[in-house]
Design a protein around this ligand. Structure first.
Ligand code: SF4
Ligand code: SF4
Length: 336
């Protein structure tokens, strides 16, 4: 266990950036708080909950995956050493979820894992929910990590952080000159932070009730069609979600051949499942909305014994018509 004075954080990240690409929460020119490469935005000390989850550091919105140039075909991977500071516990759980998805059935995604293996995750536990839409505690989790899925986990102790290593990479980070040895009182402080930080944004009962109704097939198509009348099909909920993994692949010409790119997609778009014949197995927006939430709250539970929602509330933050996970869970819970 070590401590890091908050005024030393920037120095630490600058030290690390000599050897690795460093992402941390920074404001862009419009004032949005995003995980950006160090120096691409401005830092005001706010870690917050970035509207777009940390998945963007591993699974970018658009990336080249294959190049076709002349007679040659080459796979494109990005294995640059990367350190991400400011990963929230919900983000880290999202990353662990994506690790499983990107290697399911022994099909390992080389683009994702090239980044993942070169990534060090510096998680910041939440002393209190960063926004009123957070509901990680309702999903049965805590606003900090107990398993060692992180490399370093920071606890906010006022004007300094208490840092714990969860991996060899984390131990190496804690050797940096900016850290100091922790005192006996810091062990007690971490204990108190953990005890105090479990305030839920949503009653666990509503989520449990919604999960039960979905498992029992009590939520019918009419329910989803009525809700979907509000959806403007923007895809925002999927884009910001730490556990959404839908993507599309397209080829684009360039000077020497073609680039094959993959980009985020969403199961809420009609084109995502439309077949070449024109037939669409999920023909209505209601069917697509049902698919999104049944996937997360029913099928992931059946397959992996945990729901595919980490309770970050980002979909509720971003949806312009109030159709995020919180609102949908509440609507289902209200059903008889
Ligand atoms: S469904 Fe919504 S609340 Fe759940 S993980 Fe995705 S963005 Fe977060
Ligand atoms: S953010 Fe809301 S409006 Fe946009 S696709 Fe998702 S549910 Fe529909």
């Amino acid at each position: 266990m070590k401590t890091l004075a908050k005024e030393m954080l920037e120095g630490l990240l600058r030290d690390i950036s000599r050897k690795a690409l460093v992402y941390c929460p920074q404001r862009n020119e419009r004032g949005d708080l995003l995980l950006l490469p160090l120096g691409e935005g401005t830092t005001d000390g706010c870690i917050g909950k970035t509207p777009i989850s940390a998945k963007i550091c591993l699974f970018p919105q658009i990336e080249d995956v294959v190049m076709f140039a002349g007679d040659g075909i080459s796979k494109v991977t990005d294995g640059r050493e990367t350190v991400v500071f400011g990963v929230r516990p919900c983000d880290m759980r999202g990353i662990v979820f994506m690790d499983r998805f990107m290697s399911r059935d022994n099909l390992v995604d080389p683009h994702y894992f090239a980044r993942r293996e070169a990534m060090t995750c510096m998680v910041v536990a939440c002393n209190e929910p960063p926004s009123e839409t957070c509901f990680c505690t309702a999903t049965g989790k805590r606003p900090f990590l107990t398993a060692t899925h992180y490399d370093v986990q920071f606890f906010d102790a006022g004007d300094y952080f208490i840092a714990l290593a969860g991996s060899k990479k984390g131990n190496r980070i804690l050797e940096d000159r900016h850290f100091k040895a922790a005192a006996e009182k810091d062990i007690e402080k971490v204990k108190r932070i953990k005890e105090n930080s479990s305030a839920a944004g949503m009653a666990a009962g509503e989520l449990e009730d919604a999960i039960k109704k979905l498992a029992e097939d009590r939520v019918d198509g009419l329910f989803w069609e009525k809700l979907a009348l509000r959806c403007i099909k923007c895809g925002g909920c999927a884009y910001v979600c730490p556990t959404c993994t839908c993507y599309n692949v397209q080829d684009y010409p360039f000077e020497f051949g073609y680039r094959r790119c993959r980009s985020w997609d969403s199961c809420l778009f009609s084109g995502f499942t439309r077949e070449t014949s024109g037939h669409n197995p999920r023909a209505t927006q209601g069917a697509r909305l049902a698919r999104r939430y049944e996937h997360k709250l029913k099928y992931d539970l059946m397959k992996y014994h945990e729901i595919g929602c980490v309770g970050c509330g980002r979909c509720s933050d971003v949806c312009p018509v109030g159709l995020g996970a919180i609102e949908i869970v509440r609507e289902i819970a209200l059903m008889p």
